[in-house]
Design a protein around this ligand. Structure first.
Ligand code: ASP
Ligand code: MG
Length: 411
């Protein structure tokens, strides 16, 4: 008998009909002889609605109260699904994060899971019940309700799968899996049957929206195999799992583009030791993540430095730099929030050269200027003008032959 964790996202349970459809899928899974634990998000749009209410009442609502409020969305879904399963004549029991003993630290709105005391879940499973657990929420050591950050029910699903040693963690969504590129941009994008944790992490971190990044990190740490698939069809989706040798044979697994960053350029900075250290330590003290950094060749002892930060933090980053500007003799700071970060990801890059040059030439051929470049072991990213982001994705998808399963294999 296998143990299956099924996590359903908001669109999968967005209406009464959808809740019924999910109830049927859950029951089918159980009828095949599996124990089933279901983890749910709030119905689509509900969490946003709740947050919106909070900000109509208060400019700075207390985070404890935000958690109290946001956690109600998932409570609605678990109760409704449990009822729908009862209506089909099967046994189910809904549980909040508290009842399922999902223990977290006390960082309201972005809590970390510390442990799951799963004996209550196991007890219900042993009675033949489907156990339905509210995603996104937990409880701290004082009994306070916490939430895990937006998209956190993916993490709840993976953590429960790890704790219960489930055979598989199925993450149901409204797309058929992870694609070689966003199919809305590249119609010939293909579904990736199997992808490694590291590639998925790069893709998730770089803008692919299917899975929450933290849930993939967690799955990697505990070796949980994730099956990302659609609740609207019976097609197999994408397996996110550990590496095997075959995976290294694929040069580029996917192409992605994110518009979440802004580029800040500091002009005429004195080119002497300690300046970059000063600027970037101030920014890191403000807890702002810097991604790409470029410093120009200096002329007459002055230089320019450009770097990217998350768009939502760019205003704060500007404030920080302005606060040290005088001290460093900085007069001119520019910000450009119309940039996009275009990336190609693939395990094969570890052992093979020539991918960067192929990427740069492809962009040059269509007249896309590269503003900045950054690389990791398995990804190459270029900052480009945001208006070229769709074109950039299409071109890279084509040169790396990702359409129709034609991934660039190593010779
Ligand atoms: N309902 C929460 C959110 O919208 C958690 C989730 O859906 O994963 O962020
Ligand atoms: Mg989600």
């Amino acid at each position: 008998m296998a143990l299956v964790v099924q996590k359903y996202g908001g669109t999968s349970i967005g209406s009464v009909e959808r809740v019924r459809a999910v109830a049927e899928r859950v029951v089918e899974t159980q009828k095949k002889g599996n124990k089933v634990v279901v983890v749910l998000s709030a119905m689509s749009g509900e969490t946003d609605k709740l947050i919106n209410l909070a900000y109509q009442i208060a400019k700075y609502p207390k985070e404890r109260e935000l958690d109290m409020l946001m956690s109600t969305g998932e409570q609605v879904s678990i109760a409704l699904l449990s009822m729908a399963i009862h209506e089909l004549g099967y046994e189910a029991r809904s549980m909040t994060g508290h009842q399922a003993r999902i223990l977290t630290n006390s960082e309201h709105t972005k809590a970390k899971i510390l442990a799951i005391e799963n004996k209550y879940i196991v007890k219900e499973l042993d009675k033949g019940k489907v156990v339905i657990i509210a995603g996104f929420q937990g409880i701290d050591d004082r009994g306070e309700i916490t939430t895990l950050g937006r998209g956190g029910s993916d993490l709840s699903g993976v953590a429960l799968a790890a704790s219960l040693k489930a055979d598989i963690c199925e993450i149901y969504t409204d797309v058929e899996g992870v694609f070689t590129a966003d199919p809305n941009i590249v119609p010939e994008a293909t579904k990736i049957p199997t992808i490694s944790y590291d590639e998925m992490l790069e893709l998730a971190g770089l803008g692919a929206k299917v899975l929450q990044t933290r849930s993939v990190e967690f799955a990697k740490r505990y070796g949980v195999t994730i099956h990302v698939r659609s609740s609207f069809s019976n097609e197999e989706g994408t397996l996110v799992t550990g590496e095997d040798e075959k995976m290294e044979g694929v040069l580029v697994r996917g192409v992605t583009c994110s518009k979440n960053e802004a580029k800040i350029t500091i002009l005429k900075v004195p080119d002497k030791p300690g300046i970059a250290a000063k600027i970037f330590s101030k920014i890191s003290q403000a807890n702002i993540m810097v991604d790409m950094i470029v410093q120009n060749i200096s002329e007459k002892g002055i230089t320019d430095i450009s770097f990217t930060v998350p768009k939502i933090e760019s205003a704060r980053a500007m404030e920080v730099i302005k606060s040290v500007a005088d001290e460093l003799g900085i007069k001119d700071i520019k910000i450009d929030d119309k940039i996009a970060k275009l990336s190609a990801v693939g395990l094969g890059m570890r052992s093979h050269t020539g991918i960067a040059s192929k990427m740069f030439s492809a962009l040059a051929d269509v007249g896309i200027n590269i503003l900045m470049i950054s690389t990791s072991e398995i990804a190459i990213s270029c900052a480009i003008d945001a208006k070229f982001s769709e074109l950039g994705v299409r071109i890279l998808h084509e040169v790396f032959e990702l359409g129709q399963g034609k991934e660039t294999l190593l010779a």
